[in-house]
Design a protein around this ligand. Structure first.
Ligand SMILES: Cc1cc2nc3c(=O)[nH]c(=O)nc-3n(C[C@H](O)[C@H](O)[C@H](O)COP(=O)(O)OP(=O)(O)OC[C@H]3O[C@@H](n4cnc5c(N)ncnc54)[C@H](O)[C@@H]3O)c2cc1C
Length: 475
């Protein structure tokens, strides 16, 4: 059990933190709680360690004092795992932002966990290599947060989730011990693969301080298409055709329901690449390697995308389509998929991140719509997702008649979104994690036995429950 906290640090703790960068109260309050919540961040202390040794010192001291610690990366997480309270020590990794080594032969990169994803993508690209992780929060999220949430993003269909990219990891346990498995081999079956425990654990088992990530050869070019589709069955047929014809070059198959597409294009004030009014829009992206040596008669990946679209048109799977002719056009297409800011303007709005077999998605969305209709009050649903990997994101506006009772409206919306998952082999979190916001629903996705084992692991790693307490589950 942690001690009842006062918001002032004890002298012992203050002494233990000496020499470690920190923010004073006023500067803490200048920070927003998270990307999603502009209210001032709360913390008894916000520490900015610059090394693994400093992280270790902080955790050892907090553990001895029973002081709760909340770990923060870029604070873009969608499940509230990094949200701190007034009595917490916040440990932010932002100053541990060195790219230590890019190994061009082994195609790996060694990083500290506070490196911002986009900065790492650019540094790696400058060496003619490619980091496959990419997601809309790239400008703020950090590698440690990406690992702690096992982030997905837009290239999962081709490269898998963050877990697939981590070769080595260093983490500090809640009592300050450092676990280092900074290995760069693909193959290492020497006993338990401990690093996997920290990936996706949302900072409940340890603080990730460094990692070695797998890189890929530079992608020579992308080919991007946006098509409109008249029915969900046609979306499924297009996905199957795309996987068959494009194979490993298919990197993204992103589906937007018509309402989402219209709302984002209108809100951003852009002319949509394809007129709105269609039931579905699919963004298909492929990557092309260096194909210059192919010679005449060799079909390039771009040719294969064109051939796919021609077949899809002929088979009535798509009703309209555009191919990006430049990087600028590619960005404009992606912007409608990525930049959902217009949907966030009307408050409150709740974001959900579910997964299920793609064949079940349309029935699932109908069940959610039915639930929301019963729930009444003019609730509005917007849906898009990385459906190539079975992942949907849902935005629910509870509607004007629920104004002023956010907690009730939120719970009612959660019931509409999560209950139908039981009937479709679904999960309450595809890639965002459980955080503090979804823990009451964990039993929808996990059996009682699984949850008991997770809790046993947490007790082993963090017997005093000081690190990210209340994230994933309450002990
Ligand atoms: C516009 C937008 C688009 C997004 N798109 C995607 C997407 O496509 N796919 C996807 O998966 N997510 C997406 N997200 C969610 C979010 O960006 C990811 O979850 C990201 O991986 C979080 O990184 P972060 O550094 O912001 O972590 P934070 O939000 O700071 O933390 C997230 C969790 O990880 C823990 N944590 C952070 N750093 C560490 C560390 N070093 N050691 C241990 N624990 C740590 C925190 O305590 C918390 O529990 C999106 C978010 C936004 C705002």
């Amino acid at each position: 059990m942690t001690k009842a906290m006062t918001h002032e640090m004890s002298c012992d703790l203050e002494k233990a933190f000496e020499g470690i960068s920190s923010l004073d109260k006023d500067d803490i309050a200048l920070r927003a709680t998270s990307y999603w919540d502009a209210s001032p961040l709360e913390a008894a202390k916000l520490l900015l360690p610059k090394s693994t040794e400093e992280v270790s010192r902080i955790l050892a001291a907090c553990n001895a004092a029973g002081q709760t610690v909340v770990v923060q990366g870029g604070r873009t997480g969608c499940a509230g795992g990094a949200v701190s309270a007034a009595a917490d020590v916040v440990l932010s990794l932002e100053k541990m932002n060195a790219v230590e080594e890019i190994d061009e032969i082994g195609q790996t990169v060694t990083v500290q966990s506070g490196v911002v994803l986009e900065a790492l993508q650019s540094q790696v690209a400058a060496r003619d290599l490619f980091l496959p992780l990419d997601l809309g929060a790239r400008g703020s999220c950090m590698i440690g947060g990406n690992i702690a949430t096992n982030a997905g993003g837009v290239n999962v269909i081709r490269y898998g989730m963050m877990r697939n990219l981590v070769l080595g990891l260093e983490a500090v346990l809640p009592d300050g011990r450092v676990i280092s498995s900074m290995k760069r081999m693909l193959k290492d079956n020497s006993g338990y693969d401990l690093k996997q425990l920290f990936i996706g654990a949302e900072g409940t088992l340890g603080v990730i301080t460094r990692a070695i990530l797998k890189l890929e050869p530079r992608v020579a070019a992308h080919e991007t298409a946006l098509v409109s589709v008249a029915s969900y069955d046609a979306v499924l047929a297009l996905l199957a055709l795309g996987k068959k014809r494009l194979g490993a070059s298919l990197t993204s198959f992103e589906l937007m329901w018509g309402d989402y597409y219209r709302a984002v294009a209108k809100g951003l004030g852009v002319r949509p690449p394809i007129a709105d009014g269609h039931p579905y829009y699919v963004l298909i992206e492929i990557e092309a390697g260096d194909e210059t040596g192919g010679g005449a008669g060799v079909q390039t990946v771009a040719d294969r995308l064109m051939a796919l679209l021609e077949t899809a048109m002929a088979d009535d799977l798509v009703t309209d389509g555009v191919l990006a002719q430049s990087e600028q056009e590619r960005r404009e297409i992606w912007r409608i998929r990525d930049d959902f800011e217009p949907i966030l303007r009307e408050k409150p709005v709740y974001l959900y991140d579910v997964s299920m077999p793609v064949q079940n998605m349309q029935d699932y969305i109908h069940a959610v719509e039915k639930g929301l209709a019963r729930f009444g009050g003019g609730a509005v649903l917007h849906v898009f997702g990385h459906i190539g990997d079975g992942n949907l994101h849902l935005f629910v506006h509870p509607g004007p008649s629920h104004a002023g009772d956010d907690a009730r409206a939120r719970l009612a919306a959660e019931e509409c979104v999560y209950h139908p998952l039981r009937g479709v082999e679904g999960s309450i979190s595809a890639e965002h994690g459980i955080g503090r916001e979804k823990k009451r629903w964990l039993g929808v996705s996990r059996s009682a036995e699984e949850i008991a084992v997770m809790k046993a692991l947490k007790r082993t790693f963090d017997p005093k429950n000081i690190l990210n307490p209340g994230v994933v589950f309450d002990l």
